[in-house]
Design a protein around this ligand. Sequence first.
Ligand code: HGY
Ligand code: MN
Ligand code: MN
Length: 413
Amino acid sequence: MPDRNVRIDGSRLWDSLMEMAKIGATAKGGVKRLALTNEDKESRDLFIRWCEDAGCTIRIDRIGNIFARRAGLNNDLPPVITGSHLDSQPTGGKFDGVYGVLAGLEVVRSLNDLDYQTERPVEVAVWTNEEGARFAPAMMASGVYAGVYELEHALALKDPEGLVFGEELKRIGYAGDSEVGGHDVHAYFEAHIEQGPILEAEDKTIGIVTDAQGQRWYEIVLNGVESHAGPTPMDRRKDALLGAGRIVDLVNRVGLDHAPLACATVGMLEVYPNSRNVIPGRVFLTVDFRHPDDDVLAAMDREMRDGVATICGDMGLEVHIDQIFYYAPVKFEDSCVAAVRKATGDCGYSMRDMVSGAGHDACYVAEIAPTSMIFIPCVDGISHNEIEDAKPEWITAGADVLLHAILAKANEI
Ligand code: HGY
Ligand code: MN
Ligand code: MN
């Protein structure tokens, strides 16, 4: 077994990240690679080329998840899987998701350099549509893989232009033929940037992710009455945008009322007819609630629903609230968390335990396999922003820890 001084090739990993960042590159230095777009296809094609160059065999399942397998000495044993996502936000960064995918590939390349064969096969996964930016909700394909969603439901999802998930998957050539999930996984590790400020602020290199907070996503439609902005007296209006404005403030207050751990965000707001001299008749808005305690998340749900009913009742607005996404807070598996902690110690990196604020494919994979995550800092904690950045030494450290955590698990019989 390679000893604890073995390290990955950090400059090779950095170069691969910068090469991949050219796909969907934006003027401000980020990337735009929405799920199932041509840019997503291009990034998948490049990843597969690199994996085949590294001697991996490729399997693509019916929802487009990619598994690049490096054979072990005993290929009948359930694999150790690592990976993340290649799709991005519309104004995404160079590291969110792609870091976990390419750190996994770097582990494969490093094992090849060592000419070392693990007992178990090792697979690097690319999960389809983690972000949920084009096809909501998020973490869709890992959710199908974990049995949380039905495959047909996911394939029928539509984007805002009405394009269908399954058709777009076929169009980019990634409607695979292997069944989604349904086989044992010995362990799953996901390396990811923290997407928050804690590690950098505390000058810690590695986050030992013990938990991930739960999430609830909603879509709300308010209906009032479109009318002329001039002759309609103020006391005779049913202004959907005014109602939405009060709901935005309500959502923010629900978050603040459960400080310091609650997160509450209205990220999308669409006004109809969106004309400067028409009182808006309809508004669509989204709500994103997060908290590490499921009971608090449920309380936030109740407080929001009660508040919305009061606002719309007082204003005579019709309202429809649809909860489109929910998962309970996740506790990652002890032996996988311990493997990450030991690997970090063996590599000599500073560390601290963390709860993930963001959702990750690991949150669903944890439903069906022993799972944990490895965080590295990102500059100023900024992510879901084109200026997202990470230092090469952080990039290298996370992949070193990933290598040793995978070695520990891939040699368990
Ligand atoms: O929303 C999230 O937490 C993830 O970035 N999809
Ligand atoms: Mn991500
Ligand atoms: Mn993200």
